[in-house]
Design a binder for this molecule. Structure first.
Ligand SMILES: [Fe+2]
Length: 281
């Protein structure tokens, strides 16, 4: 099964509000919440076989419709269980450990208050550890995969590299695009086990390459080193489910193929949006 193909220009036009606005509920879509991700799976903006031969349709279908979808379902269940509503999933990522549950009146307090004819008081508390763990894992997976899909495009539709300010920033930091790709590939190859590789735009304007284990990401400032905290402007899934069916254990072949379908136009757009988020000129 494939998803409807959206023209590339339409994709960029439609994705930008999602990057720039809170997207939980249509009425909130225009609120400013940069890099916002909703509690829905964004439709893929390309056919499932459009990334062939580099990323195969069978893997992409399983990855998107089963793997990502299951994580999202589990994440939603977790939020429902603790009656936690979030306007933007990205805004939850930096505060998983510290976010407080909304005041809730426990039944015992309510009964006590009624017996004493005193008004019941609300109770704020941090999320239980298993809930935090679930948000970190399943919420992280939802965010990471949503970002990953955004930065892919059919090879014939995408330029060979970024342009404009993103291109300049990469050159300034890494020398050339080729040097950057070499360093990113090396970091991804060096990462042991499951996880993600990222190009991160830090609040101090610096671009850094980093990797995170499992479903962590650079937005999770409670879990990543401050040097690796920032906004993602390129993402690579390093879990074997991303490539094993086609590439077996050959992660290097998968990475080399992935470079062919990187959506550089979107890297440019994301770089511009993130500069805006940080009020950088
Ligand atoms: Fe994945």
């Amino acid at each position: 099964m494939s998803v409807p193909l959206m023209p590339r220009r339409a994709f960029l036009a439609s994705a930008l509000p999602a990057l720039a606005g809170t997207v939980l509920g249509a009425e909130q879509e225009t609120r400013p919440a940069p890099l916002g991700i909703s509690l829905q799976q964004e439709p893929l903006r390309y056919e499932l076989d459009a990334l062939e031969p580099y990323l195969d349709a069978v893997t992409l279908k399983l990855h998107y419709h089963e793997y990502h979808a299951k994580h999202l379902a589990e994440f939603r269940r977790t939020l429902d269980d603790v009656e936690l509503s979030v306007g933007s999933v990205t805004s939850l990522m930096p505060c998983i450990k510290s976010i407080k549950r909304p005041p809730q009146v426990r039944q015992s307090i309510l009964q006590l208050s009624l017996a004493n004819s005193r008004p019941a008081t609300g109770v704020q508390s941090e999320l239980p550890e298993d809930v935090q763990k679930s948000i970190r894992q399943h919420g992280g997976a939802h965010v990471n995969h949503t970002i990953f899909w955004r930065f892919l495009a059919p090879s014939e539709d995408t330029p060979l590299g970024p342009s404009g300010r993103a291109s300049q920033a990469i050159d300034d930091e890494f020398g050339t695009l080729q040097e950057f790709k070499k360093a990113f590939t090396a970091a991804a190859m060096k990462h042991s086990g499951s996880g993600w590789a990222w190009l991160v735009y830090r609040p101090d304007k610096k671009l850094v390459i980093t990797t995170t284990p499992n479903e962590d990401n650079p937005l999770m400032k409670e879990f990543v080193d401050w040097r690796e905290h920032g906004r993602v402007i390129l993402a690579l899934d390093l879990w074997e489910h991303s490539y094993y069916a086609k590439y077996k254990n050959n992660r290097r072949a998968y990475i080399d193929a992935w470079w062919k379908v990187v959506n550089w136009e979107f890297v440019d757009k994301a770089h511009a949006i993130v500069r805006g988020i940080y009020n950088h000129s």
